[in-house]
Write a protein that binds this ligand. Structure first.
Ligand SMILES: [Zn+2]
Length: 338
């Protein structure tokens, strides 16, 4: 009988919660800083890794924005995205839905076209060379104002054919989803998919707002939904996917120990979580590392792993025929892996 780690590691899978800037490995950060002649406040790769010792979301975000400051040219965004895609391919990711934060770049004077162009070019190459399909989700930084988000929305208009959805990320507490009602209404009118980070550090009321005011189709994180039984019922009834990120939860102290991760509670409550890496360079692992951490810490069954893998495709924004094909591929893998 195949052990659960091997079953999960080799399975074809989807990743639905991945910030491309959070996949920036220190080695590539140094290389791009050197060729762009940007000074980093770190002397070595080890120095950077040593700085990845956060106790909350804000401490992480401070260093996250520092890291992305070396990204200036279209080729930088291509290289960043390609590095993630080759790493994801090694974990048998066959479909990925990537977040990017244009405001983290345009406010530094980088052209929107270079950001979205470099990322999209790598995603196109991944389809041809790695067999990975993808969707691209533009996130608004919630610590900034809605006026700034609306300006970014306007800036994105010439590039909407490359963008499949919008999301909401950055510092959650004090920045409720309702703050971004207008910009999400515009994205909805344009036919884009809608997601938002909610209930990671913020209260369950932020998840209600994301559902009612922003009309999201998927909840990013959503851990704190478990504090509100009416909310659990609604999420379960509507079958909304929760994009859960175990190593991120541990690193940002959303949980104190992987043994206390709520994934099993979520599954047992009828919720629909899948497993993702969030910001893998900063949080200590890619998607298979996240499965491994859960399997080692919790009494998950083979069925639990199969459901988590299936949820990744079911919760994706793939079109129905691609989704059916991916689920069929997963089902065959499961059947042939005793
Ligand atoms: Zn995230």
């Amino acid at each position: 009988m195949t052990d659960l780690n091997t079953l999960a590691a080799n399975a074809p899978k989807a990743e639905l919660h991945l910030h491309i800037e959070g996949s920036f490995e220190p080695e590539l950060m140094f290389e791009i800083a050197r060729r762009n002649d940007v000074n980093l406040p770190f002397k070595s790769v080890e120095d950077i890794r040593a700085a990845y010792d956060f106790s909350n979301l804000q401490e992480f975000l401070d260093i996250y924005y520092q890291g992305m400051s070396v990204l200036l040219l279209e080729q930088d965004f291509y290289d960043l995205t390609w590095a993630y895609l080759t790493r994801a391919a090694a974990d048998h990711v066959i479909h990925t839905e990537i977040f990017f934060d244009p405001q983290g770049h345009t406010e530094r004077g980088v052209a929107f076209a270079d950001v979205v162009g470099g990322i999209s070019r790598a995603l196109g190459d991944a389809k041809d060379k790695l067999g990975i399909s993808s969707k691209l989700i533009m996130c608004f930084l919630r610590h900034l104002s809605e006026e700034e988000a609306l300006a970014t929305w306007d800036e994105a208009q010439p590039h909407l054919s490359l963008i499949d959805g919008v999301g909401l990320d950055s510092s959650e507490v004090g920045h409720p989803p309702s703050k971004f009602k207008k910009v999400f209404a515009k994205a909805r009118a344009a036919g884009l998919h809608l997601v938002a980070h909610a209930g990671e550090e913020g209260p369950p009321s932020y998840i209600w707002e994301a559902l009612d005011d922003l009309c999201i189709e998927r909840v990013d994180h959503g851990n704190r939904a478990l504090e509100d039984q009416a909310l659990v019922k609604r999420l379960a009834d509507e079958g909304l996917c929760l994009t859960v990120c175990p190593l991120s939860n541990l690193k940002l102290c959303v949980i104190d120990d992987m043994k206390n991760h709520p994934i099993k509670v979520m599954l047992d409550a009828g919720l629909k979580p899948n497993i993702n890496s969030d910001d893998p360079s900063y949080f200590g692992g890619y998607v298979n590392d996240n499965f491994l951490a859960l399997i080692n810490a919790l009494p998950l069954s083979r069925t639990d792993i199969e459901v988590l893998l299936r949820n990744g495709f079911e919760g994706s924004f793939m079109d129905e025929s691609d989704k059916a094909e991916a689920l069929h591929r997963l089902q065959n893998y499961i059947k042939n892996t005793g």
